[in-house]
Design a protein around this ligand. Sequence first.
Ligand SMILES: Nc1nc2c(c(=O)[nH]1)N[C@H]1C(S)=C(S)[C@@H](COP(=O)(O)O)O[C@H]1N2
Ligand SMILES: [Mo]
Length: 364
Amino acid sequence: MGQWAKRDDTIVHEEDPYNAEPVLSALDRLPLTPLDTFYSRNHGPIQQIDPDAWRLEVGGLVDRTLTLSLTELQQQFSHRTVVATLACAGNRRAELSAVRPIPGQTPWGPAAISTAEWTGAALADVLGHTGLRPRAGHVAFVEADAAPRPGGSRLFGGSIPVAKAMAGEALLAWQMNGVPLPAVHGGPVRIVVPGYVGARSVKWLQRITAQEHPSGNYFQAMDYLLLPADADPAEVAAGRGMSLGVAALNAAILSPNESQTVPAGPIQVSGYAYAGDNREVARVDVSVDGGRHWQQAELAAAPSPWAWRLWQLTVHLPPGPAQITARAWDTSATSQPEHAEHLWNPLGYMNNAWSRVQFTCAPR
Ligand SMILES: Nc1nc2c(c(=O)[nH]1)N[C@H]1C(S)=C(S)[C@@H](COP(=O)(O)O)O[C@H]1N2
Ligand SMILES: [Mo]
């Protein structure tokens, strides 16, 4: 176990800031991801905040501003529990980097995604208490700066539209899988926005501001943008990027793994599928011939409308080189694009191409 209590086999892309994803076998077949396995994505230092000293300010276009301690937040609002998947917009970037290099961005595999049971207060309840002025179109979150650095720091933040903030599933979470939210995941309190890219689930939450326009925070306005394939990342400043928010339909094979050797015969294929805001995973197709023929995987029951659905299928393969392809469909009858080549973008976001693994079947 390292400093942040992750499994020893965790793939640490960067120590500082800490960016790590689990090995695929650790994620496989578990509806809830254990805390020692949950991926962690950080743009700056992990903030260590004393829960007793923590204060939340709610302001901007509200009728009454509010300052709350953790005890007040916990005592004044109903406790809600939501099982929700968090997925980084950079999940599966490595497959895009294989198409064309994406310098300076973490080369995430398919495990920058995890699912937990989050407990906290509904953002809608807190905003119901402060009231929202009619001009409020967006609700912005900013992290606390527990250790101000010389020269100032670039605090992480972002916003969601008011309708999403008032929808009930967005939480001010202080618990994850039944324990107090660990610092590495944003404790004492973070926002959890189910159905949106992970970047909107701001950790070490300090301030909530109702405002007319989307957040101008660096990480929302200048990063986490989908640029056209021919754009230069420097053109972000010219407003060429599409702002990311709602998560895209995605799926990945977690077993077997790339380059593995498995005995020929019946082979258990398994993985996850995850749909964005207000859509659910409806079907997962698996192909052993690169997409000419498809079989339907068995879908596990959805633990909540905001969580991934795990799937599995037994396929029969002869000895020799083998490949498996998987793709999901959501309740809007949308499926995933075939090739990562067609999704390549300069910052490497939102890769949801068909998931493929190549491996070898050994004679039994
Ligand atoms: N304050 C703060 N919040 C943050 C981030 C961050 O760097 N700082 N990273 C965001 C991103 S990009 C993701 S994908 C998720 C990751 O959450 P996790 O580390 O709990 O898995 O947190 C989001 N919230
Ligand atoms: Mo992210």
